[in-house]
Design a binder for this molecule. Structure first.
Ligand SMILES: Nc1ncnc2c1ncn2[C@@H]1O[C@H](COP(=O)(O)OP(=O)(O)OP(=O)(O)O)[C@@H](O)[C@H]1O
Ligand SMILES: [Mg+2]
Length: 256
């Protein structure tokens, strides 16, 4: 692994039958940085995350994650990374505390230090008082908060978050943003975040990659991308890059 680079990919590609989900991705993500991955529905973001977190084999190309090979060392990658999946499963017959104890045990954490960590994360996320209720009784945003807590609980050196703020209310999104920023600063954790929230990405991410139809079309800091596109907000830059503007007549053309 080159010094300070935690994710390095070369011509990484994934096909599902005739669908090209990811095409020749060349990307380097620096240790301790916060990388934002943007792109329209179906662009290939989740596919990339699934390959880089050791869940899915690429069709071709190479990548190393924390120094481990995505072809041959997928178990090691799973061990040293954390993943908040796009559609996570959750043990609904466990309470939040029991679920986090279980995740802690899977990562060789136990005892007082684990409980302190669980208490503090649940406190920060505003779930104290509900921590012993079964997860099946939680709202979808409350479940999402528990899942965010479970992803960072063992302080992995690299965390993949696939749309961490979907389902969260604005205040909870801000909290998750603060947790990410604090962890990146205090613990040198690297974050790889898929998001549709351009405001969130502009605030949090040092480097942004925009993927469109499996191809990485743009890479740079939010400021660089805004400068290149002559915009002052990342949302406008994004819309210029991926398109998405449609004229008013076309919008209601299905009625004719
Ligand atoms: N298991 C699968 N089998 C077949 N096709 C798949 C599979 N997973 C993803 N694809 C296809 O790969 C392409 C990329 O999907 P992916 O889920 O990576 O997109 P995404 O950028 O995460 O989109 P979204 O923003 O909607 O989450 C899509 O065309 C999708 O249909
Ligand atoms: Mg996705």
């Amino acid at each position: 692994m080159s010094d300070g680079i935690q994710i390095q990919t070369q011509s990484l590609s994934k096909n599902f039958g005739s669908v090209v989900a990811l095409k020749n991705l060349d990307l380097a993500v620096r240790k301790g940085s916060i990388f934002g991955y943007l792109g329209p529905n179906g662009a290939g973001k989740t596919t990339t995350v699934r390959i880089l977190s050791g869940l899915l084999k690429p069709t071709s190309g190479n990548a190393t994650v924390c120094g481990y090979d995505v072809h041959t060392e997928r178990n090691a990658i799973k061990r040293v990374t954390g993943l908040l999946p796009e559609s996570p499963g959750l043990y609904s017959k466990l309470s939040a505390v029991e679920f986090l104890e279980f995740i802690g045990a899977l990562n060789n954490l136990s005892g007082e230090s684990l409980h302190k960590r669980i208490d503090s994360l649940l406190g920060i996320l505003g779930l104290e008082g509900r921590q012993n209720d079964l997860l099946e009784s939680y709202s979808s945003g409350m479940k999402q908060k528990v899942l965010v807590a479970s992803t960072v609980l063992h302080e992995p050196e690299l965390v993949f978050l696939d749309e961490p703020t979907s389902r969260l209310d604005p205040a909870a999104s801000v909290l998750v943003r603060e947790i990410i920023l604090a962890m990146a600063k205090e613990t040198d954790t690297t974050f790889f975040i898929c998001t549709h929230m351009t405001d969130f990405a502009e605030d949090v991410c040092e480097v942004i990659g925009i993927l469109n139809q499996g191809i990485l079309t743009t890479l740079g800091s939010p400021n660089e991308i805004m400068e290149q596109t002559g915009t002052t907000e990342l949302e406008d830059a994004y819309l210029k890059i991926v398109g998405g503007e449609i004229d008013r007549d076309t919008l209601l053309s299905w009625r004719q």
